[in-house]
Design a protein around this ligand. Structure first.
Ligand code: 2HA
Ligand code: ZN
Length: 271
């Protein structure tokens, strides 16, 4: 059996958490990460028959029964994950009936998975239906994105258009646009279901006055999506109070989409 502390799925989760912390997106215990791990890969590092503890999921997660995830712990600080992954991360498998998480490794101080597990698992279910190669869900509190939700209308079309028009990369990186939820109580099945609904045809959902969810086939994709939204939101917040002399027009956006061959959300641009 190989040493799990050398497993790429664990090392990449640690380094992503550190990056997010250093960018100021994960104050205190803010943010969470979950990533699907192939059973064959997990079996190189873990005895999959050895369940350490069983933790109720709190909702019906049957759609991902038997799937294995590495997931951040509740109350854990992203700042510390790289130094103590065995306490701050867990490797869990969803039980056959979807009601329990079977702990296979981690949460060594008796801890549990993130309070946002419903939003994570429901989002995994939505994204897997859209893309069988989907693997990662990340949540964090990027400063300018959250600031933007305080001063910009939360209408998804308007919010996406502002981001697309703020810097050139946006329509290429997230042509499907961003979903936006009004403020809701976090950590609940309700916000999980609302997030997952929007994730059926998007990889990004903003939570007003809270943060953002980004998903992808790997940690780089999920991280890069959030990073691109945050860059645009920063540019917006730096300039929104000044007269706008230049912008990216709808015609410009169509030309970009054609040049980079991206299937953008057509009704988000004017005729
Ligand atoms: O885990 O970010 O949304 C702390 C949070 C809750
Ligand atoms: Zn949060």
């Amino acid at each position: 059996m190989k040493d799990i502390l050398t497993a790429p799925f664990l090392r990449e989760t640690c380094s992503t958490a550190s990056n997010m912390y250093r960018l100021g997106w994960d104050e205190r215990n803010g943010g969470n990460i979950s990533m699907l791990v192939d059973a064959a890969e997990a079996a190189e590092y873990l005895d999959l028959n050895n369940v350490i503890r069983r933790i109720p999921t709190g909702f019906d997660a049957k759609a991902v029964a038997g799937r294995i995830f590495v997931v951040t712990g509740t109350g854990k600080y992203f700042k510390n994950i790289e130094k103590q992954p065995e306490k701050d991360l867990g490797v869990i498998r969803i039980s056959a009936d979807g009601s329990e998480a079977e702990l296979l490794w981690g949460f060594a101080d008796g801890g549990s998975f993130t309070s946002e597990l419903p939003a994570h698992l429901m989002t995994h279910i939505s994204r897997l239906a859209a893309d069988p190669n989907h693997r990662v869900v990340t949540h964090c509190h990027p400063t300018y994105t959250v600031a933007m939700t305080r001063v910009h209308p939360l209408d998804e079309r308007a919010f996406t258009r502002t981001l697309w028009k703020t810097c050139t990369e946006c329509i290429i990186v997230f042509p499907e646009g961003v979903g936006v939820l009004p403020w809701m109580v976090c950590g609940t099945n309700e916000i999980g279901a609302a997030t997952a609904e929007k994730m059926k045809d998007r990889r990004l959902v903003v939570w007003a006055s809270h943060g953002i969810y980004g998903t992808g086939r790997d940690l780089d994709e999920a991280f890069g999506l959030i990073e691109t939204v945050e860059k645009a939101a920063q540019l917006y917040m730096l300039t929104a109070h000044l007269p706008t002399l230049n912008t990216i027009t709808d015609e410009n956006l169509k030309a970009l989409a054609a040049r980079f061959n991206v299937d953008y959300r057509k009704d988000y641009l004017d005729e």
